[in-house]
Design a protein around this ligand. Structure first.
Ligand SMILES: CC(C)=CCC/C(C)=C/CC/C(C)=C/CC/C(C)=C/CC/C(C)=C/CC/C(C)=C/CC/C(C)=C/COP(=O)(O)OP(=O)(O)O
Length: 356
């Protein structure tokens, strides 16, 4: 099976091969979540699977890069994304807003990427603890896939680096409201020597995506993978593809976050014009940075797919002030983004009917 280079093949593979495998894995994790003894942990685990299903579906499209090895990569992606979504819920709903607790919970993500590293009590700084081994089983599932991957040693360093950015973000953005921005700015100032010109809130967005990790894992299963590819993938996905991804995630959440008093990285652009120019630059740079990557066309489809997928979310239609800008952003991705936009709308409608 070759890596798709056009939107139609990518859609066919996604619907026929990827999504059925994703749904099977999610059914398993839902069953495990239902067995969690602690009521609050069970509730958050089930809610994350129910509400963030598209994270797993979308992320698993990158498993196509593994060619024939896509099933094991899907197991990894679902387990890793499920950890990330579950912990995000636990941090969002935490009363303590304690950075030490958030750090301890996120040790599970570093452990999931470190073959041979033993587990610990990730819940040690909170009252709710009894999860019936749910989180550790997710961690072990990731490790078991990585253990069998031929070129894991070549990607390990990049996996940990990207995961560390993600964990730091999750700690800083969930602490007490008044500490969030100073912490995020300090973290950015400490990290910016290795970054292209950007603002603190853009760096935060670049850190919040799991796509670089999924891409590295998928490629590392292939016999033709090299050291050079590893570096090209790291630099290709971080910062720009990941930044484009999470800026879009925040773009569509603006009203919800304003109402909830939540942090949103799109609030810090001076106006719509500046936001538009920066999104355009992120897309251009995301495309430029696919130059060194194998299967360049596939990665450019991902960039266009992200625009189509996020901007087709019903939340956009509910925000009158964003509609015009959203159509302008969609245009940046051309006909391919529009194709994904229509498809994602149809898919959501179909899913909603099925669950009625
Ligand atoms: C996927 C789908 C339904 C597709 C239907 C149509 C289709 C097949 C289109 C194909 C087009 C294409 C190639 C699309 C790209 C898909 C892709 C790569 C999607 C990415 C999915 C993904 C991995 C999402 C995870 C995002 C993530 C890591 C979020 C957490 C980060 C973060 C900091 C979030 C903000 O926090 P919060 O506000 O609490 O989070 P929520 O907004 O999610 O609640």
């Amino acid at each position: 099976m070759a890596v798709p280079s056009g939107p139609i093949t990518l859609m066919i593979h996604s619907y026929k091969k990827i999504f059925p495998a994703v749904h099977k894995e999610l059914d398993y994790w839902k069953k495990r979540a239902n067995e969690i003894p602690n009521e609050e942990l069970r509730k958050q685990a089930l809610l994350s699977i129910k509400n963030k299903r598209f994270h797993c579906e979308g992320g698993s499209i990158l498993a196509l890069l593994a060619e024939k090895n896509y099933p094991e990569v899907i197991s990894f992606i679902i387990a890793y994304q499920t950890i990330s979504d579950y912990l995000d819920n636990l941090c969002d709903r935490s009363n303590s807003q304690d950075p030490t607790d958030f750090r301890a919970l996120h040790e599970s993500m570093i452990t999931a990427l470190t073959v041979g590293k033993g587990g610990t009590n990730y819940y040690r700084y909170r009252d709710d603890q009894e999860d019936g081994n749910y989180l550790q089983e997710l961690v072990t599932t990731c490790q078991n896939v990585l253990k069998k991957i031929k070129h894991y040693p070549m990607i390990k360093e990049y996996l940990i680096e990207l995961c560390q950015y993600y964990c730091d973000l999750q700690v800083h953005k969930h602490v007490k409201v008044e500490e969030r921005i100073p912490r995020l700015q300090k973290w950015f100032n400490e990290s910016k020597t290795n970054l292209p010109e950007m603002e603190w809130f853009e760096f935060s967005a670049c850190s919040g995506s799991t796509l670089g990790i999924f891409c590295l894992v998928a490629y590392a299963t292939r016999d033709d993978f090299t050291e050079k590819d590893g570096l090209a993938i790291r630099n290709g996905y971080f910062p720009y593809i990941q930044g484009l991804h999470i800026l879009l995630d925040y773009f569509i959440d603006q009203e919800e976050d304003r109402e909830g008093g939540d942090l949103n990285f799109c609030f810090y652009y001076k106006n719509h014009e500046q936001l538009y120019r920066r999104f355009r630059l992120f897309l251009q740079e995301a495309d430029t940075h696919t130059k060194e990557l194998p299967d360049r066309k596939f990665h450019q489809l991902i960039n266009r797919g992200l625009l189509g997928l996020y901007l087709s979310d019903g939340k956009v239609d509910e925000q009158q002030s964003l509609k015009e800008l959203s159509q302008k952003l969609l245009k940046l991705g051309g006909t391919k983004s529009y194709f994904f936009y229509i498809n994602a709308k149809a898919y959501r409608k179909y899913q909603a009917r099925k669950t009625q």
